[in-house]
Design a protein around this ligand. Sequence first.
Ligand SMILES: *[C@@H]1O[C@H](CO)[C@@H](O)[C@H](O)[C@H]1NC(C)=O
Ligand SMILES: *[C@@H]1O[C@H](CO)[C@@H](O)[C@H](O)[C@H]1NC(C)=O
Ligand SMILES: *[C@@H]1O[C@H](CO)[C@@H](O)[C@H](O)[C@H]1NC(C)=O
Ligand SMILES: *[C@@H]1O[C@H](CO)[C@@H](O)[C@H](O)[C@H]1NC(C)=O
Ligand SMILES: *[C@@H]1O[C@H](CO)[C@@H](O)[C@H](O)[C@H]1NC(C)=O
Ligand SMILES: *[C@@H]1O[C@H](CO)[C@@H](O)[C@H](O)[C@H]1NC(C)=O
Length: 936
Amino acid sequence: MEKKFVDISVVKDMEIIYVPVKKQKRPNSHCIEVFLLLMVFVTCLSILNPSFIDKMLSYCPLMKAKDKGNPETAGTCTIDTSSRFDCYPEKSLPTESECNTRNCCYDAQDSGGAPVCFYPTNYEGYRVTSKIETSTGINIMLNRTTQSFRPNDINQLIMEVTYETPTRFRIRITNSDPDVKRWEVPLDINRDKTGPGVRPLYKVNVSDVGSLFSFTVNRTATDSSNTLNLLKTGGAFIFADQFLQLSYFLPSNNIYGLGEHRDTLLHSMNWTRFTMWNRDHPPSENTNLYGDHPFYLSVENGGNCHGVFLLNSNAMEVLLQPAPAITWRTIGGVIDLYMFLGPSPNDVIQQYTEIIGRTFMPPYWSLGFHVCRWGYLTVNGTLKVVDRIRDYGIPQDTQWNDIEYSEGKRDFTTGFSTFGNQTSLVEELHNRGMHYMMIVDPGISNKADQGKYYSYDLGVKLDVFIKNVSSLPLVGAVWPGPVVFPDFTHPKSQDYWTAIAADFHKSVPFDGMWIDMNEISNFVNGSTSGCPYDSPLEKPPYTPNVAGGYLSYNTICASAKQYLSTQYNLHTLYGLMETKASNRALESIRGKRSFVISRSSFAGQGHFGGHWTGDNAANFYDMYKSISEILSMNMFGITMVGADICGFRDNSTEQLCQRWHQLGAFYTFSRNHNDQHKRPQDPGAFGPALAESTRKAYLIRYSLLPYLYTLIYKSHMMGDTVLRPLFFEYPTVVDTYSIDRQFLWGPALLISPALDKDQYTVEAYIPVGYWYDYYTGERVIGTGDKINLTTPLDKINLHIRGGYILPTQQPALTTTESRKNKFGLLVALNSTNLAEGDLFWDDGDTLDTYYQKIFNSFTFSADKNGVYSNPVFKGYTDEPMLLGNVTVFGLQQQPTGVTLNGVSTNYNYNAEYKVLYMVNLSTTMSNPIQIQWVFS
Ligand SMILES: *[C@@H]1O[C@H](CO)[C@@H](O)[C@H](O)[C@H]1NC(C)=O
Ligand SMILES: *[C@@H]1O[C@H](CO)[C@@H](O)[C@H](O)[C@H]1NC(C)=O
Ligand SMILES: *[C@@H]1O[C@H](CO)[C@@H](O)[C@H](O)[C@H]1NC(C)=O
Ligand SMILES: *[C@@H]1O[C@H](CO)[C@@H](O)[C@H](O)[C@H]1NC(C)=O
Ligand SMILES: *[C@@H]1O[C@H](CO)[C@@H](O)[C@H](O)[C@H]1NC(C)=O
Ligand SMILES: *[C@@H]1O[C@H](CO)[C@@H](O)[C@H](O)[C@H]1NC(C)=O
């Protein structure tokens, strides 16, 4: 039994009842004595007549005031260890007296990670003073009746529950005083509301007027009688100026998301703590990393899913505990919680990206292979690598440069004397049908002579740099030495950013921007002149578990001033805002689709750009972890994402790099990138064996690009994920929940890479149903068990799911070339001899082709008699689309004849693997195509 901490207690019904008493308002000792003397008597009598306790308590006036008047506050410390909510997060082992100052329960026994100081049940906090329920929501007023132990409680709160759609509602809790504006995230949230409709998937219930504040959310089932509790508040709800905390119980242990972190894909509920405060740090466990995504996806027992997004940009901690329960703890802003009821995982992501913004439509060339490193040193050094990759016949679309291209590591300058003629490099790449990207850091050197560095001079003129508390530009230090940082919330910042990018583009016509160091990363803590460390922004009453222990560690001062607010509120949004400005700048300079890859991100990043997982290391573990990282990012609505192939830090080895190219060929954003002074690791650097297997992997990627592009289009239009964990397709199959060594492209391509050193057999989970080996077409009948796949060094395991048709295209060394080639169909029949698929196609670079109606779309189907292609929309006529080949996996019997649009045609049949091949076709896709086979 747990220890009780209070000095007044009574045994009732075998429980220790806690009577909350503030130290400064202790009842006098006389009351306590009377009380203790009566204890046994009361216990006996109360069994016979419970109301007797109330009568007894009424003899003690203070007790009456605190407890008889508010019987709900008679909380208990008898709480299962897994359900204890931490009342002392500053310390893992506070003392009993420290705990007592907070009127919390204390139990120092080792309980496997449970807090020793925890809230009693019914901890006094806010009470409901009014509640108005309408058909579209609930409006509640809350009043705090006691002070919390955090300074500056906000005593009166309003809570608005808005039933926005049948699958989405919002709970916003903030101060009720309209004259005191609290910080709210300036995210461009889609506010379209349809209302709850006749049958919303949720029921929100708030406690009654006069009672302690609590609320629950239930999933309502279609037969409306059954309900499942999804959320039930617990612990303590606190809303002080710089400390907001909301805890609640969860319906299951299956939680994904909560980025950016390195962790298992499916999080552990064993007292896991995630800290959000964007920071430049290589992906590693238990620490805050580059981005902030306060969103999780929960798979309920039974397989329905829901998602929760806390729209809050302040430094934050999220705790998971085995109850199962979650605590959100943030140090500013408001509680602005969105819940998405799914019920499928894909529905949840669609519903989430509906409000934060769907993924941007990337240019087609960005789906090709990208190569980068820090340390080519010169234009010639860069081109040498491009040449050797091409000489090996490996496709490559984009070449990048890191900071060495510039003069003195300054943004938007070119180091002609050291690097060579960058203009001629870009020209050469463009002549080869390739594209060019270079790094841009946010820090603008303030050292260059006045009047000689446009990026700095224009910023000074427009006054767009972030200020310190003295209203002078805050000076940090990054690669070029001392720098100032553009304030992307400033109304003139877009014009500024576009102007300096456009000026550089006149001499170096780059195609996309790689924005790094935008956490903001800073080589000095705070600024070159420190920060006002006593300010409540630098030293809040509570600091989440950020690395370094203080907010300005490795970044700029939290007190720094931006146009919209302080860095304290805006810090986690910097990367997102720079991505948006870069996207807009590129669009206005080039007039085509933008491609921006950012290291730092916030919810909504995917609407403007992509992400790479940062400075990973060249080892097998980091390669393996990249899968969870990219899958989580897809759940955050970031479709274009990848990890640095072969690893950024440390020297790669041939085997690692060979395996990583095979895996990386299946990232949406596929880039090899390497640190300076490290062994070269481009696919031309290791000799013919690695080059050949990399070539094979990328030829497969390039031939599958029409399928990938169609998935990305669906992500752009509808919010579907592109790279998917297996449970997205099999949410009722518990065995899939923690799979993080395999993943899918959309619903139909299963990727099962070798991820360990000297691994030549992959144990792959094959979901129930028909699957086909990509290379041979051999059928694998999945039983939901693991099978061993022989995986020599030059192979990555790929399976196509029965029931799907994947559009393909003859690959080439660039997408500029491959886009001119003939298309193909890869048909995988399911157990009832059916399959279907689709294709979205446009010129791959023009903006808004869907809305301008300059695209084509097709549906494909197959049945036991044949395969059919049907144009659905014809709006893009610049490039003729020809069908060149069709492959049918799983045709159990050899046909005696095959016709194409009624005309007998050539085919091959592989009787061993039961595959029908038709090659060298040349049939226009603008008309319906019918391929039919007959068996005599
Ligand atoms: C949870 O973590 C604690 C301490 O880190 C450990 O002792 C315990 O075994 C873990 N429990 C589970 C179920 O993993
Ligand atoms: C809020 O609670 C305090 C303390 O119980 C009380 O004095 C005050 O009248 C309440 N205010 C409202 C608006 O209910
Ligand atoms: C919510 O569901 C739980 C069962 O999970 C049930 O006990 C409770 O009454 C439901 N609440 C409402 C308001 O329907
Ligand atoms: C680059 O190569 C060209 C042609 O091979 C040569 O003329 C030029 O001097 C080289 N430049 C540098 C900086 O090495
Ligand atoms: C750099 O190359 C471009 C394109 O080839 C050329 O027009 C320009 O004159 C070169 N610049 C210098 C300084 O040589
Ligand atoms: C990594 O490779 C570089 C260059 O190839 C070499 O100079 C360096 O010594 C290597 N480092 C280690 C730790 O092996």
